[in-house]
Write a protein that binds this ligand. Structure first.
Ligand SMILES: [Cu+2]
Length: 236
């Protein structure tokens, strides 16, 4: 499904802006720019997908959250944690919350994320604190969509190389997964995926870059713009 969005987006970008868009797409692919990152935490009966996409304009990432299998009547915190999930799947090994700005230091008397003043009071990885916990409907499903202004694919706030953990109300770790970045390898309208996820022809797993390149970000901008525009049309 996501593959289709990419295919449509790439075709639309090429049609809308002609050679210029085509060139931008190729340069973005060559630079291995991450344009989308996904974590799919599973465990304790929960299946979730958290998708991060570069914003069309302004700062931050657009975040789409889907989860199922959440017991109704409870609220589930979820965060970006510092360390990746090891191969044995142990969520405890992901360490603490991703807090590159250091708002939650041992010296802090008590951590309290205030969404209206997120930059000063919230850990960058405290998604539940800034945007709300997962509150499932009567069937155990949860969906949310928001702009996360502090998140990035580059620099100190880069979410790549980190993980997402979903907690029980008592903060027990129920499900976790790594945040994996993807790049679009290039326009290929002949490629269609029959199932969920990305086909290897459309998307290659991104480099897990720990540092950013501002030039690369600029080159990727027109690609992400096309993706978001078309994704919006598909989901509308
Ligand atoms: Cu957490």
């Amino acid at each position: 499904m996501l593959t289709k969005i990419f295919s449509v987006a790439l075709a639309a970008a090429a049609l809308a802006a002609g050679g210029a868009a085509q060139g931008a797409l190729e340069r973005a692919a060559n630079a291995n720019d991450v344009v989308v990152a996904i974590a799919r935490p599973q465990g304790s009966g929960i299946k979730a997908e958290i998708r991060f996409v570069r914003e069309l304009s302004g700062s931050g990432l657009h975040v789409d959250v889907k989860a199922s299998g959440l017991p109704a009547g409870q609220q589930f915190p979820y965060h970006i944690h510092v360390s990746p999930v090891p191969s044995n799947g142990n969520c405890t090994a992901t360490g603490g919350h991703f807090d590159p700005t250091g708002v939650n230091t041992p010296a802090a008397a008590s951590y309290k994320c205030q969404p209206d003043n997120a930059a000063a009071t919230c850990e960058v990885g405290d998604l539940a604190g800034m945007y709300g916990k997962m509150v499932p409907d009567g069937k155990g499903n949860f969906i949310a969509s928001y702009n996360a202004a502090m998140l990035s694919f580059g620099g100190k706030n880069s979410i790549l190389d980190h993980s997402v953990v979903i907690h029980a109300p008592n903060l027990t770790r129920l499900a976790c997964d790594n945040i994996v970045g993807y790049v679009v390898s290039g326009p290929d309208s002949s490629t269609q995926s029959s199932g969920d996820g990305y086909s290897s022809k459309d998307v290659a797993e991104g480099n897990r870059r720990s540092s950013s390149s501002s030039g690369a970000s600029v080159r990727a901008a027109s690609l992400s713009a096309a993706l978001l525009l078309v994704a919006g049309a598909v989901f509308a």
